[in-house]
Every structure is written in structure tokens, then in C-alpha cells.
Design a protein around this ligand. Sequence first.
Ligand code: NI
Length: 173
Amino acid sequence: MALLEIKKYPEKVLKEKTTLVEDIDVHIQRLIDNMIETMYAARGVGLAANQVGVSKRVCVIDVSAVEEEKKPLIVLINPTIIEKEGSEKTEEGCLSLPGYTTMLNRAEKVHVQGLDRNGNPIDIEGTGMLSRALQHEIDHLDGLLIIDRISPIKREFFKRRLNKSKKLKASKK
Ligand code: NI
């Protein structure tokens, strides 16, 4: 297994909708193993394939780090949200936007269908952190980041802050 580089905003691959996996071959299996290792090393609760530069509809999720009890590791291939319910606002961050968190509205409960790494259909109903993680990772696979979910004013602030820190970095070189 190997650690993969996590792509950061504004890399283009993060903005593109990923393509469906048609064949769960050895390359996909290797990608999944490396994504799992990378997610744990980065202490994330989820990781989407385009975050490591592969534009395929694959994500991994493990919310154990932020839950009181151990939760199963979830590998999802070609996931879709088939039902959403309720609404909940909490703070969210992203490995592709280091140092940034924002309050975000998400559905309280989601029903997701997809395939596991053996190609078997899976059906997940998520609430709480799992619901948020599922929505966050599926957003990634659709080319959406948390900053695409905030108000235009907040987004403007975010971009200004990013430009400032870029200038600061440049002036230090
Ligand atoms: Ni993210």
C-alpha cells in the first residue's frame, strides 16, 4: 500500500464530476487500499477518489474517529443518494481545504445505494456524522466542495483569505 497525495483546492480534478466505475479491477482495488491508508494517515473521516487525483466514482468513509464507538469502514463504488430527510447545521471541514471550516446545512438523514468493493449492492441509511460524511463525499464525486455550498458572500471572504495567504507565502520566498 502507499500513501497518496491529497489534492488541494483549487486543483481542477476536484471541480470535475467523476466517472462511473465499470469494472472493479485490480487497479480499483489498489486505489481503494491506498485511499483507506491515506484517509487514516490524514485523520479524515472520508476520502473521495478525485481528492487523490483519480476521477472515478469511489469513496471511503470511517466515522470512528469522531464517534464514541467503533464504526465500520465503508467502501462505496458508484454511490447515489436516493432519499434525503430533515435538515441539520453543523461545522464541516475538508482535507482538500486545510485549515478551513464552515457551518453547513445538510440533510439529517440520507439513504445511499451503491456497490461495495466486491461489486455487491449496498444500501446505507445514515444519520448524524455518517449522514454528513456520505453527503460530503458524494458531493466530492460530483465535483462539489464545501465552499460550493456556502453563501456567495462567505465564498468571497474565503477567496480573499486564500489570496492573502498566497501573497504572504510568495513574499516569504
Ligand atoms: Ni472533503
